[in-house]
Design a protein. Structure first.
Length: 62
């Protein structure tokens, strides 16, 4: 986790953005948790957002 004022090294930032756009956001969209529009670069709540949010909260408790 980054501290206030701390930045990711450029290579890590590029990797993170790539994985977000090409792996994580499409997976969340396929599960109906979000609606992801690549052209508009927008993310909105999907029909199963509440269920997905619940899974993430419980995953952090482990």
């Amino acid at each position: 986790m980054l501290q206030d004022g701390e930045a990711l090294p450029c290579e890590e930032y590029v990797t993170l953005v790539y994985e977000l756009h090409h792996v994580h956001l499409p997976e969340l969209q396929a599960a109906g948790v979000i609606e992801f529009d690549r052209r508009e670069e927008t993310v909105r709540r999907g029909p199963f957002f509440d269920e997905g949010q619940s899974l993430f909260k419980h995953g952090h408790d482990r």
